[in-house]
Design a protein around this ligand. Sequence first.
Ligand SMILES: Cc1ncc(COP(=O)(O)O)c(C=O)c1O
Length: 327
Amino acid sequence: MKRIPLAQKPTPLQPLPRLSEQLNINLWIKRDDLTGDMVTGGNKIRKLEYIFADAQAKGADTILTTGGPQSNHAKTTAAIAKKLGFDPVLLLAGKPPEKPTANLLINELIGARIKFFFPRHPREMDEALEKLAEELQQEGRKPYIIPVGGSNGIGSLGYLDAYLEMEQQRIERELQFDWEFVTAGSGGTFAGIHLGHQAVQASSHLVGISPWLSTADIKQRIIECMEQALPLLGPSLSTVQAPLPEQLDVSDAYIGKGYGKPTEAGMNALKLMASEESILLDHVYTAKAFSGLIDMVENGQITPGSNVLFWHTGGAPGLFALEGDRR
Ligand SMILES: Cc1ncc(COP(=O)(O)O)c(C=O)c1O
């Protein structure tokens, strides 16, 4: 598959010595919050490198995607679309705020076309994109749809790459991880990481923490992304397979009151990371994932002295909406 290079890579793999001491484990972090300058980095850039190459190959001129009003994915998509000469249209699920802040403010500055709507189910987000694409086609545009979160087989390839990049860094430093933690929002990131994990036959236990969907729903999305990705892989990866749901360890136990709503444990985890290591997590995704990691240390599932990798997937700019138009 073709890829347009956009992210700053490799992202650092860093030890977290102060948190390691506090939690009595050896904790490392993969800094995918630092993927670059596409208006604030994060995990989406790696997926969009492949997705935009596909949009270009298909001769599109307009990019459609969806997400919540503070979606990191929608913002990054808009930024990349503009930079590459596409017209971005964002269908955002929620109410237009009185005053845009954080990612929504950035979308306005970028000059993305924004439409708000009210889906009752995640499936309706994809249906609304299809309908809008038809309307744009009738106006003579060539729309290209990016599903919520950029999560499909093509996007997942970005996280297969990320895993192979991390593997190289791990080998260079002679590290061995017992556990790996990553947020599983719309599933594409986890799907790509799982592909990479299989490709290198990693022995670590890979855990996904859902900030949005139920365990059953997010597992289904992850498997769909992997099934779509398999035919795109080269012959050297022919042994990689889509797992069965029971082979995935993904938990919805840390969502709290719902998507985008901060949890007390998540905010404590965010403060701990900020105060001990001067690294900012975000309240929607990574803080909840990190609170899951801490919980599993505290309840003894992760034993003292374990080697643990936390994938930081970005999102901190969303913090600036916490007191504003978060909904
Ligand atoms: C900061 C951040 N982390 C993690 C995720 C989850 O990634 P995915 O949707 O690929 O599961 C997202 C996107 O939804 C995100 O914005």
